[in-house]
Design a binder for this molecule. Structure first.
Ligand SMILES: Nc1nc2c(c(=O)[nH]1)N[C@H]1C(S)=C(S)[C@@H](COP(=O)(O)O)O[C@H]1N2
Ligand SMILES: [Mo]
Length: 233
């Protein structure tokens, strides 16, 4: 596995980290994302260093799990009063929302104005009732790094996860989320780089202390803010 997708991404991290160090001005931008706002708060349409793509590229670890809606489960666990496991019908019975938002991949492409359907992360958090000390979230996907049992995981502050535009989506542009994009259900984090949104999500855990995820332990930024070009730690 000398040249796996993960190896390629790690080399990319090294190269981009070196480039970033040569471009301090790229980190000067200070603004929230204008995601979902057609005027984008007067900010340029794209965060620095991003280019817009008309298509939707696929990024994964080389494992594209096939999870039917019959088999799909979502476990909400960790520091909370009401840990719960949803099956598909239970998940679809939750309050549903639609939103339009942008998708910024750390590898410099952005896909703008995606129309999503799904459930707010916040809705799940309100049901689970995180403990007062819960300040972080760790999300896990059904996929693993090929040849290992290392799952895709990603961490984010609970405060970022409960923002209005953070959704667990099952619908994209009015059609079921395609399997290669994380269907039947993935998370999206429009204000953060897209790796913070777990495809094929199977578990959400509330934590008191931050636990770096798959890419965070491999050199990606913990905070992942596109408007700060906050790509690599
Ligand atoms: N489970 C899982 N989630 C994941 C990934 C992954 O490999 N596995 N890749 C991340 C990265 S780096 C990006 S840019 C987006 C890519 O989503 P897409 O393939 O639908 O474009 O998903 C993120 N979530
Ligand atoms: Mo990405």
């Amino acid at each position: 596995m000398a040249d796996s997708l993960v190896d390629k991404r790690l080399r990319y991290v090294e190269r981009q980290r070196a480039l970033g160090a040569e471009r301090p001005e790229a980190f000067a931008r200070s603004s929230p994302s204008g995601t979902g706002d057609p005027n984008r708060h007067g900010m340029p349409k794209l965060p620095a260093g991003q280019h817009q793509v008309p298509n939707w590229p696929v990024l994964d670890l080389g494992d594209v799990p096939a999870v039917s809606t019959a088999d799909w489960r979502l476990e909400v666990a960790g520091l909370c009063d009401n840990p719960v496991v949803f099956d598909w019908d239970g998940f679809m019975a939750l309050s549903q929302v639609e939103d339009t938002s942008d998708f910024h991949c750390v590898t410099a492409w952005s896909r703008m104005d995606n129309r999503w359907g799904g459930v707010r992360f916040r809705t799940l958090a309100e049901l689970a009732v995180p403990a007062p000390e819960a300040a972080f979230v760790l999300c896990t996907g059904y996929d693993c790094m090929p040849g290992t049992r290392i799952s895709y995981t990603v961490n984010l502050p609970l405060a970022r996860a409960v923002e209005d535009d953070v959704l667990l989506v099952h619908t994209w542009e009015g059609t079921p989320l395609p399997r290669e994009h994380g269907g039947p259900c993935r998370m999206i984090t429009p204000k953060l780089y897209a790796w913070k949104g777990t495809k094929w999500i199977r578990r959400i855990e509330f934590l008191a202390t931050d636990q770096p995820g798959f890419w965070e332990v491999r050199g990606y930024s913990n905070s992942a803010e596109p408007w700060f070009e906050d790509r690599y730690a």
